[in-house]
Every structure is written in C-alpha cells, then in structure tokens.
Design a protein around this ligand. Structure first.
Ligand SMILES: Cc1ncc(COP(=O)(O)O)c(C=O)c1O
Length: 337
C-alpha cells in the first residue's frame, strides 16, 4: 500500500490531521463523484425503472462488499442505515418475556443501551452488566442474549476471544461500530449470532449506511421489524406477501442509490489498497499516537489492538478546540474526562 497515494484520495487530509473516523470517516473524492454521477443521471433522465435497476445493482454490490469484510455470505447481510439500527432490528425482532436476562458490558454506547433499556421498559427484561473482559462469567441460566462491543468506543479495548465459547449456548450480538474497516472481522471465528456495524465510520462511507449480519441459524428467530416493500418477496401479494427468507427481510426501507454509490466507491478505495495493509497501518499508527501521548505525559487509557486512542484531559472541550485551531481534528467523549 502506498500511504501517500492513498491519502491523496481524501481531500480533507490536505489541510487537516483528521483523527475522527470513530465518528465519521474522511470521504474519498471518488465517493463524491459517484454520487454526483448518479444525481446527474436522475436529474437528466428522471427516476424511473432504470434508476431503480441501477440502485438495485449498487445495493447488491454494497451487500457483497460488506459480506466480504465480515467473512460472511451476502444473503446473510442486511443493509441498514447505521449500527444502531441493526442493533434495534435484532433486539426488537427476538422474542422476550418478563425476567429474561440480557448481559451487556460496561461502557457500552447509547446505540446499544437505548434499545436494551426499551426492552426493560416494554417486557420487563433484566439487564446484568459486567466488565467486557469478564463478560462470559456473567452468563447465567436466565441469560437469553449477550450484547457488547467488538471494540469499545471509550478506549479501543477489543472484546476477549473467550466470547466465542458462548456460541451454541447463548446468542452473542456484537456491536462492530469501531471495528468494521478498522480491524479484521470474521463473524464465524467470533462466534456471534448477530453483528451490527456502520458504513460511515472506518469504511468512510456516507452517513445513513450500515450492515447487519445474522447467522442463518438465527434468521428464523428474528422477526423482521415492519417488513415493507423491499423486504417482501412478492409485494404484489398484499396481505399474503411474506418477507424474503434471507437477510433482505431486515434491510432498512428507502435506502437510496446515492448512498449505495458513495458507500461502494468509498469501500473500493480501501479495498484496492488491500485490507490487511489498511488494518496494519491504521492500528500501528494508533499505537504510535498512544505511545507519543504517553511520552508527552498524558494519561492514555489502556487500549487494545484497535484504531482508537483515548486520553484524559482536565478540560476536554478546550483541548478539542485548541487542537482544531491547529488543524488536528479529535473529539471528546461525553461523560468521562
Ligand atoms: C461502539 C459504538 N456503538 C454504536 C455506535 C453508534 O453508531 P451508529 O451511528 O452507526 O449507529 C457508535 C458510534 O460512535 C459506537 O462507537
């Protein structure tokens, strides 16, 4: 991989040290061009059948690429608008009874906590919280689901390999928001039943893209949340119409061709550079940043082999602003210092 050549694909890097891919990645110029091209087509020729054929082709390409990233089959990957939406679709699609237990890890993101809390309020589900490193030990006889981050958003800690031991007994939902496009993913090796991830962060796609992988064994147990036109195998069948028998049953409604075009183009920039090289460079640079911050006297949070680096600041707002003025884009986390 030629890092300088790759950097040249992302205009924001001309002027800024852009270190905020954990929120939204930098946009490559090919992505903007793909959106413009589709927009011009639609503007000139309207959005008739041809537009929908193009959109469907782009979505198939997006699904195939996401599946490849996850080490999965395209038929098992739903196209969502975000990590959070994938999490919601799993949590709302499973069957719950009062007293069922969900085990989550400490420091989870609101994208997981909010939907879990909704189950508590609606069904009387019980939540147990454990340290990510020891989450397997928290599983008990009433545990119906374990849900946690693959990479923790607060400090870049990676979920322990021991999680795969859960496979078979209790389904595991992994939140891959800080993993997809940042570190290698192999859903089978991770032993999870569900994997939700975004397109807009480390994959550098547009906001409003994401993926949800559902283990084929679990697909019959996840009821599609409001299957609408594109989720139905034969929508013209009216009330008799049933959802697709694969992950398309969980696709978000009203996905646009423009967002797929941008997602595919952004993916291909990194794909062409080679994922192993991208992962290696990103994790190496993050580790180097962590090391240099520590050398400079900052309290750097213990982190895993990932792309996130966190450190403490007495006044995070002021530090973020000062760095931005110097052309270095970082974010501060709500809550901790
Ligand atoms: C660990 C984690 N989970 C979920 C989310 C929410 O992601 P999305 O905006 O794709 O729903 C984030 C976003 O920062 C995250 O870091």
């Amino acid at each position: 991989m030629h890092a300088l050549q790759l950097r040249a694909d992302y205009p924001v890097l001309d002027d800024l040290a852009y270190l905020n891919a954990g929120t939204c990645g930098p946009i490559p110029r090919s992505s903007t061009a793909a959106v413009a091209s589709l927009g011009r087509q639609a503007e000139r020729h309207g959005r008739g059948l041809e537009h929908f054929v193009t959109t469907s082709h782009l979505q198939a390409g997006q699904r195939e690429r996401y599946a490849r990233l996850l080490g999965a089959q395209p038929a098992d990957v739903a196209l969502t608008t975000s990590t959070s939406e994938g999490i919601v679709r799993v949590l709302q699609g499973l069957e719950w009874h009062a007293g069922d237990e969900i085990v989550i890890a400490e420091q989870e993101h609101p994208g997981l906590l909010g939907p879990v809390a909704a189950l508590v309020r609606r069904y009387g589900v019980v939540v147990r919280t454990a340290p990510l490193e020891r989450i397997v030990e928290a599983v008990g006889p009433d545990t119906k689901l374990v849900a946690c981050s693959h990479v923790r958003w607060t400090d870049g800690t990676v979920a322990p390999a021991g999680l795969r031991e859960l496979g078979g007994q209790v389904p595991l939902l992994l939140d891959g928001a800080q993993a997809a496009g940042a570190i290698p993913i192999d859903v089978a090796a991770l032993g999870c039943a569900f994997y939700a991830a975004p397109g807009q962060k480390w994959l550098c796609g547009p906001i409003g893209t994401g993926m949800l992988w559902i283990d084929p064994q679990w697909q019959p147990r996840v009821t599609p949340v409001g299957p609408t036109y594109d989720n139905l195998a034969a929508p013209a069948d009216g009330l008799a119409a049933v959802p697709w028998p694969d992950a398309r049953a969980h696709d978000a409604s009203a996905l646009s061709g423009e967002s797929s075009a941008a997602a595919v183009a952004a993916f291909d920039v990194l794909d062409d550079a080679g994922w192993p090289a991208v992962f290696e460079r990103a994790t190496t640079l993050a580790a180097r940043l962590g090391g240099r911050l520590a050398d400079a006297g900052r309290a750097v949070a213990p982190r895993g082999h990932s792309t996130l680096v966190s450190w403490s600041e007495a006044d995070p707002d002021a530090t973020r602003e000062r760095l931005a003025a110097a052309g270095v884009i970082v974010r501060d986390l709500p809550g901790p210092d």
